[in-house]
Write a protein that binds this ligand. Sequence first.
Ligand code: GCU
Length: 713
Amino acid sequence: MRGKRLHTLIHATFVVLCLCGEVVSADHGYRLWLKYERVSDKHRLQEYRRAIGAVVVPGKSATLVLVRNELRRALKGLLGEDLSVTAKGGSSNALIAVTPSSFVSAGVPESPSLLRSLGPEGYAIKTAVIKGKRAILLVANQPVGLYYATFHFLRLLQTGHSIAHLDVVSRPRIQLRVLNHWDNLDGTVERGYAGKSLWEWRQLPDSISPRYFDYARANASVGINGAVLNNVNANPAILRIAYLRKVAALAAVLRTYGIRTYLSINFSSPVSQRFEQGGNRKGGIGDLETSDPLDPRVRLWWKKKAKEIYSLIPDFGGFLVKASSEGMPGPQEYGRTHADGANMLAEALEPYHGVVMWRAFVYDAAIDPDRVKRSYKEFVPLDGKFRDNVFVQAKNGPLDFQPREPVQPLFGAMPKTPLMLELQITQEYLGHSTHLVYLAPMWKEYFAFDTFAKGPGSTLASVVDGTLQQYSMTGIAGVANTGNDRNWCGHLFAQANWYAFGRLAWDHDLGAAEIAEEWIRMTFGTDSSLVRTVRSMMMGSWSACVHYMTPLGLHHIMQADLHYGPGPQYDSGRQDWRSTYYHRADSIGLGFDRTTKGSGAVSQYFAPLSDLFNDPKSCPEKYLLWFHHVPWGYRLRSGKTLWVELCERYFAGAAYVDTMAGQWASLRHRLDQEIFESVKRKLEHQRIDSGIWRDTCSTYFQRFSRLPIARGQ
Ligand code: GCU
């Protein structure tokens, strides 16, 4: 009964939303990159109007309804034409969106080899002649593929591309493209800077916010096909039946948009509160005194829980697990390994084709004095010991989402275990949602990083997309930057990071500038000088942030806990949380010696990287202070000393923010005033902050170098 009511409720909300689809108003960023404003270039507008005279979308599935609505809404906005969408072909200049089941009725010829190449989510967009009439064909095996094709096609119109000769074939390079929400059940978001959680747990499952549909649509528009709804520091209550019903309601919304729902679980869930020992995370929701993964009662508990979940959410994706990390419970409390823990959960999910995403973010001090070595040391010996439906999910770097890190050496070193890459979209260490930092150039640097696992060309991208080591399943996760702020991400430009994550998860070969340009055109319009200015602001913004926060391989120099401003001198008393632990400044020089004479972290990389990193002369300077303790007077490739180069980078980084502020100011009359002002205020804040970073760090290090501060040009 309850399920039926829920279905009716979701359906009703869905219908209302579809009807309201065309209302366009000042949105303060709410509409994201899906604005569908009228095409401003007259020639293009004519071309599009001529090419699209009718829209044909046969079929009845809920996702096909989305395709129809999206096309109607978009074409009305972009072309100013209210085209009705029909199920039957026949007219000239039709835009025809079909899956194989409607090929015959739409008069579309079969093309088995093309369909095979598309897989379950891929699509083709082609200019065609059907029964003597010109048409644009969108083809996919599944409705969700057509939905992706729809967004691709609309992106061409939004960005002003010609659609005269279309021949696009696209399929995702990575299978699971998932957002990780670090949302708590009390509505707060860990490392969230865009308001409260999107999930209205109190109101669910009885009230379905229209925002869920908009969220799902935005994700689908960039190909994101999964969402972990809750924080990795998981509250066990998420697995109580009352919460699972709420989760089921969200899953019912997301499903139509091709998005599977996942949950973070707490490893102690089977434990009764009565057996809680120390720390509020210990007690779970079960009735056992243990969560030992080898205990048959614990295994049975998880099997029953899995059954319950799948009875409510038949396409549930699986569990994300942070275990034996930062106070979270895990198998090691019982003397078991990460593999024992992951396999127990995998076994419970296996009958339903669910997966476990077991996080490698662990840094137990007992493993090694150097924090960046710990995850590798714990996980590499477990390669080959995980069940087939387990991913090990590792952050891009070995430390923690720093402005810049070398790649986590686990990648490439676990050929028998599918490694899932975890990126952070929310800017925990990169100025929260106050700083304009476009992250695609950073992610591209990681993707291109050559691990040398199987000789040259063993890029991180090839590990993650499974082509290097023939993984049986592939995945990528992004820690979301969404919240209930009107503009979703706090900073308007942070939307570009959500957008770029989805686009790169689909195809890591896309260029950062190309993605920026798409986003700008869709967000601000296609005026070429505006596009040029904004693109130039974005493209240098990450490198600037690295310069004013952590130049030359410095890391974790932020205020503890908040991770926002500089805290080079911070000393909380905990060995590896002291910022000085990471930068090691002294009268001789600066940087963490991780060579074979130091912590030895270089040896976790494959040759020749290990040798390259081991020698300051060959070590890329972007990682210099990550791997080396370097004398203040050491000459860098520029011929300048470490001290001078360091200072100049701080100054250059902050100066870039001044430049961005000036560039933005030049756009005042070309932008919506509300949006202009909101970004302007953020840039002013970023200017102040970058100056604080520059001055705090340079004067702090001066205490060790005893040299005059070099300002550079
Ligand atoms: C960082 C972050 C935490 C988070 C953790 C994780 O340490 O500061 O808030 O819980 O990463 O990824 O688990």
